[in-house]
Write a protein that binds this ligand. Structure first.
Ligand code: ADP
Ligand code: MG
Ligand code: MG
Length: 208
């Protein structure tokens, strides 16, 4: 079964719940290596997104993703707002006007999102950012394409969890954490953690 607009809406509403539940955790991760606002930033954005969806959701998956993009860009702020916003915007463009997405389209959307984050933030794998969660997630998703949407998202979530954990020993080379130099090592990157949480939520919403 494909992914329709209402499924994307449900996934984003679930994501808002996850962000609210993990708001303090994400902000605490951002305290020693950043400015202690990542959870608040995302929560502000996803709360605004839910309010917008409550007013009536768009009718295609791409239009829902675009609404998420514009809302997150305008409400999240900091580094993460433009980065997540660009990811959703590229994903929206990648899926176009389709009324239903198959697993290949979901993989294409994920890859477009990664490409958007990289284009915007110029981070590579190993720089201790959300790219360390998202890049392996896209590769795992691609490998699972023929297994269906739920399997694609579950594979992405598993890879993102491992990718987020991989940031712990790393010295950050992008974002605020990079200002700390060597002292940034030994910490889980908050954006990598939030990426992993979002992908896990999308997988759960797809029925895994
Ligand atoms: P800010 O650092 O502006 O306060 P947030 O705390 O909301 O923004 O988000 C910080 C997260 O953004 C980091 O943990 C990291 O994952 C991500 N990030 C920062 N800069 C970049 C970048 N250039 N490329 C990819 N991700 C980045
Ligand atoms: Mg911050
Ligand atoms: Mg900030």
């Amino acid at each position: 079964m494909g992914c329709r607009a209402q499924d994307v809406v449900a996934a984003l509403r679930a994501a808002a719940d996850t962000v609210a539940e993990h708001r303090v955790e994400l902000t605490d991760l951002d305290r020693p290596i950043g400015d202690a606002d990542h959870g608040e930033n995302l929560n502000r954005g996803f709360t605004a997104l839910v309010a917008s969806l409550d007013g009536g959701a768009p009718e295609t998956p791409g239009a829902v993703l675009k609404l998420a993009a514009t809302t997150l860009i305008s409400k999240v702020g900091g580094a993460a707002g433009p980065l997540y916003g660009t990811a959703f915007l590229r994903a929206a463009t990648a899926v176009g006007q389709a009324s239903e997405l198959n697993s290949a389209a979901v993989v294409t959307a994920l890859r477009a999102g990664l490409d958007g984050v990289v284009a915007r933030g110029k981070a590579e794998v190993g720089d201790a950012t959300m790219v360390d969660a998202l890049a392996p997630a896209v590769e795992a998703a691609q490998a699972a394409t023929s297994d269906g949407i739920a399997a694609v998202l579950a594979a992405a979530a598993d890879a993102a969890d491992a990718g987020a954990d991989s940031t712990i020993p790393l010295v950050a080379r992008k974002g605020r954490a990079s200002y700390l130099g060597q002292r940034s090592a030994g910490h889980l990157d908050p954006g990598a953690r939030s990426t992993a949480l979002l992908l896990r939520t999308f997988a759960a919403s797809a029925g895994v």
